[in-house]
Design a protein around this ligand. Structure first.
Ligand code: IPM
Ligand code: MG
Length: 369
């Protein structure tokens, strides 16, 4: 299997966590005879500083010319005063739009033993395994008109969806649910917003194509509460762009840390892979960053861009194994509670690497018998 991956590590902890993900991908390639090539390009704040643009033309060209794009994180405090279109985040949003993926998959899994850092009780989170399908190219993020009229003291954003945009992302959610536990929860604000009424009516139509999948509609405010009260009741959560942004950060509480969540954006010309967390400039360079979100994102590359389901599973099993043995980065340890010494970013990467080697060795030994 050959795969050309554009790596845009970006800002803050982006390069640190991306490095571990690339190492894991190289390990899989080495052990299983695949050829993965990595092309490094700039995006975000680092690109603003060096190239004068958050998405330089050569980065975009490289991304479009690859089989998958792996992104670390973008953003930094020095850009906080800039308008949206000049910020590092604009580079990411332009890249998302250019690559064209509209379905952003964000799994949130409560790994055992449950993180000390989750404020939720173990009996609430145990066994939770949710897949968010966040619409990524519409809604408030991209719809026109948008404006900030400083003189008039007025600003405006628009939440617009077409039926076709809802149909295509809904089908992704139902397809995935039919291979999981067969349940879609569609999240909207149909008691207030016309755009949500269109969303709900369209999702209801698509649901009729999938008799084996049950559909449940929730208002976003209620969903935010149910996610914390009864996370196990969710299988696939289908929602629009901003609601998905908010709810997926909330769901990180179930896993113990935002550093645990991976994501894959599919449906466009080239799939885009990024951990859900941001650039965390406060801990950049300290070895505190959790690389597991990025490493689990690497597994999603193998699943969704290479059809290497077994290798994707091997990475996920390696992560589960390392956590099972009690290793945790600082974000997963609640300060002062268990007297544990957290491992660094590099140590965590190394532990996953070792576990992965063993898992693949064992699989190959079985195969050889
Ligand atoms: C995310 C992030 C991005 C988003 C930002 C960095 C633009 O929060 O991927 O969840 O809002 O989509
Ligand atoms: Mg977000």
């Amino acid at each position: 299997m050959e795969l050309k991956i554009t790596v845009v590590a970006g800002d803050g902890i982006g390069p640190e966590v991306t490095r571990e993900a690339v190492e894991i991908l190289s390990t899989v390639a080495h052990l299983n005879g695949h050829k993965f090539t990595f092309v490094e390009e700039r995006i975000g704040g680092v690109a603003i500083r060096q190239d004068g643009s958050p998405l330089p033309a050569r980065t975009l060209a490289a991304a479009l010319d690859s089989d998958a794009v792996l992104l670390g994180a973008v953003g930094g405090n020095e850009f906080n005063a800039l308008p949206p279109d000049k910020r590092p985040e604009a580079g990411l949003l332009q890249l998302r739009q250019a690559l064209g993926g509209y379905a952003n998959l964000r799994p949130a899994v409560a790994y055992e033993p449950l993180s000390h850092n989750s404020p939720l009780r173990p009996e609430v989170t145990r066994g939770a395994d949710i897949l968010f399908v966040r619409e990524l190219l519409g809604g408030l993020y991209f719809s026109q008109p948008r404006a900030w009229d400083r003189d008039a003291g007025m600003a405006l954003n628009t939440m617009r969806y077409t039926r076709a945009e809802v149909v295509r992302v809904a089908r992704v959610a139902f397809d995935l649910a039919s291979k999981r536990r067969g349940k879609v929860t569609s999240v909207d604000k149909a008691n207030v917003l016309e755009v949500s009424q269109l969303w709900r009516a369209t999702v209801t139509e698509v649901a009729a194509e999938y008799p084996g999948v049950t559909i449940d509609h929730q208002y976003v405010d209620a969903c935010a509460m149910h996610l914390m009260n009864t996370p196990r009741n969710f299988d696939v959560v289908l929602t629009e762009n901003l609601f998905g942004d908010i709810l997926s950060d909330e769901a990180a509480v179930i896993t113990g840390s935002l550093g645990m969540l991976p994501s894959a954006t599919i449906g466009g010309k080239v799939n885009l892979y990024e951990p859900v967390h941001g650039s965390a400039p406060d801990i950049a360079g300290t070895g505190k960053a959790n690389p597991l979100g990025a490493i689990l994102t690497a597994a999603m590359i193998l699943r969704h861009s290479a059809g290497l389901e077994q290798d994707a599973r091997a990475i996920e099993d390696a992560v589960a194994n390392v956590l099972q043995r009690g290793y945790r980065t600082a974000d997963l340890v609640r300060a002062g509670t268990h007297g544990e010494q957290p491992v660094t970013t590099r140590e965590m990467g190394r532990l996953v690497y070792e576990a992965l080697n063993e898992i693949i060795d064992r699989a190959q030994a079985l195969h050889a018998v």
